[in-house]
Design a protein around this ligand. Structure first.
Ligand SMILES: Cc1cc2nc3c(=O)[nH]c(=O)nc-3n(C[C@H](O)[C@H](O)[C@H](O)COP(=O)(O)OP(=O)(O)OC[C@H]3O[C@@H](n4cnc5c(N)ncnc54)[C@H](O)[C@@H]3O)c2cc1C
Length: 485
């Protein structure tokens, strides 16, 4: 691909942007821009990059003017939400304008008649949950850290531990207001539960990681918050029996909110990280099962049914976490595990997010473990996460010191990816392609699919100014520079 050439952001352009957003909302000194250089992706994986200027518009009209100007002047624009992504999606690899949505965060309008909420894209998920819960309503998925923004969460089509029962962000989006790269404003969908009018551009844009349009508002579906959730912690004598129990539950039509898989070693590291104790210290692998119901009795009934299946499949104990103090402790350790894995040298988040059909998880983990231990890499093998929906995070934690053979790391990762594809899976279940999985995307999709994707990008963004260097088109320079291993 020919290297795209962009114009630089001059002092004159900065003054023009200040006219649009106001003097205080355009920043260009390096120190103040540091937090706009990277997301939560481990810095070991990919280093951040400075935009030439950060703008913080607070209306759709301002965003439209900025985009129109950038398109006419061939200046790249990278949308930036809560910067909690794990694929480097908001890293401005070509500099240009970092367009932060943080000030587009006022409107949260709950429509109790239609059970919908109309919300500005820069509102954080935590603020959204709080506002709808005040009305006795909920969006049943909690897909991210909560610091992520509505727009970023839709752009990433995030899903989380409750995907098994409640789906992913796409399932809740009913309408979008977007600004196209040329500044045109579009309203897609609406407060409609059914709508078959033409191609769904809205669904095409959901999950497009800021490469086709900027989301400025969303209409999301709400549900009455009549259910509460509790946990069952079930240790098993082996990982195989734990993971096979997941398939057994799904086959029997038992649908907990979510099922997380944790191995002994992983739990120990999480405990150490946050200095808390896991409820039980037996079993090689543990299932953390989220059960919901209208009240404790209903949850208890469901829990008993689940525990019976677990017992038949090799569970060595079961622990009900019903008190909020216990639940908090467990969640703290679970978060500690994620933190441990983000620190230091790892085989890479690039493959940590593989997804396979739920019935193939045990096979995937076994094959990945064998590949890791057959390599010459030293380290700890981690498999943890969303077992219920086939999105177990697989990661090799490498020594913090000493020489690491990154070529071999890549070989291990490539083999993991190939195994996932062989098992009918794919390369990312939730974190997206962003900057770091561009090369793998081409392994996963056929030439025809890639041609269609590149055609769509070209149709929306003929000047390639919208978050360039991500997903498509192919860009060898960016891939060589940022995808080191
Ligand atoms: C501790 C932790 C736990 C996490 N858990 C999960 C999980 O369980 N499931 C999961 O799916 N993800 C998870 N994530 C990843 C992350 O939280 C999600 O990807 C999140 O949705 C990103 O939202 P954000 O606002 O932070 O977006 P950013 O990181 O700022 O951006 C993400 C992408 O969206 C684009 N973008 C941002 N805002 C807009 C907009 N308004 N319009 C168009 N494009 C936009 C950006 O350009 C970028 O490509 C986790 C992250 C962390 C740090």
């Amino acid at each position: 691909m020919i290297k795209p050439s962009y114009n630089k952001v001059t002092d004159e352009i900065i003054e023009y942007l200040k006219d649009i957003c106001g003097d205080n909302y355009v920043i260009s000194d390096r120190d103040s821009m540091e937090s706009y250089t990277h997301d939560e992706l481990s810095p070991v994986e990919v280093k951040g990059e400075y935009p030439e200027v950060v703008v913080k518009p607070n209306s759709t009209e301002q965003i439209s003017r900025i985009m129109n100007f950038a398109d006419e002047n061939k200046i790249p624009v990278t949308p930036m939400g809560g910067k909690t992504g794990l694929a480097g999606g908001m890293i401005p690899v070509y500099g240009g304008i970092g367009l932060s949505l943080e000030r587009l965060n006022e409107k949260i309008e709950v429509d109790e008649d239609n059970l919908m909420v109309e919300v500005d894209a820069g509102v954080t998920m935590n603020d959204l949950y709080e506002a709808v819960e005040k009305k006795g309503l909920t969006i049943p998925i909690h897909p991210t850290t909560g610091d992520s923004q509505v727009g970023g969460t839709i752009a990433a089509n995030a899903g989380g531990e409750s995907t098994l029962k409640h789906g992913v962000m796409r399932d809740y989006v009913k309408g979008l207001e977007v600004v196209l790269p040329n500044g045109e404003i579009l309203k897609l969908g609406g407060k409609l539960l059914k709508n078959n009018t033409g191609y769904s551009l809205m669904h095409l844009l959901i999950g497009s990681e800021g490469t086709l349009a900027i989301f400025t508002k969303a209409i999301l579906r709400l549900y009455p918050s009549s259910e509460e959730s509790k946990f069952i912690i079930v240790p098993f004598e082996s990982g195989q029996s734990a993971i096979k129990t997941v398939s057994e539950m799904i086959k029997k039509g038992i649908m907990p909110v979510g099922i997380e898989y944790l191995e002994r070693e992983t739990i120990i590291r999480g405990q150490q990280k946050v200095n808390e104790n896991w409820p039980c210290d037996i079993g090689e692998a543990t299932l953390m099962i989220f059960v919901s119901g209208k009240n404790e009795d209903e949850i208890l009934d469901k829990a008993q049914e689940i525990m019976q299946i677990c017992q038949q499949r090799g569970a060595v104990d079961a622990f009900l976490a019903f008190k909020s103090k216990e639940i908090d402790k467990i969640l703290k350790i679970r978060a500690g595990i994620a933190e441990v894995i983000q620190e230091g040298n790892v085989t890479g988040h690039r493959s940590g997010d593989l997804v396979v059909p739920p019935s193939k998880i045990a096979e995937m983990i076994d094959r990945a473990r064998t590949i890791f231990f057959e390599s010459n890499l030293e380290g700890i093998f981690y498999a943890f996460g969303h077992a219920g929906d086939g999105n177990v995070h697989i990661e090799g934690k490498l020594p913090d010191e000493g020489i690491i053979d990154w070529k071999e790391v890549k070989e291990v990762r490539d083999k993991w990816i190939q195994e996932a594809i062989n098992l009918g899976g794919d390369i990312t279940g939730e974190h997206g392609i962003g900057l770091i999985k561009k090369a793998e995307l081409r392994k996963s999709k056929s030439e025809e699919e890639m041609r269609l994707m590149e055609g769509i990008k070209n149709l929306f963004d003929p000047n390639n100014i919208m978050n360039p260097g991500k997903i498509v088109p192919r860009d060898d320079e960016v891939e060589d520079k940022y995808i080191k291993i």
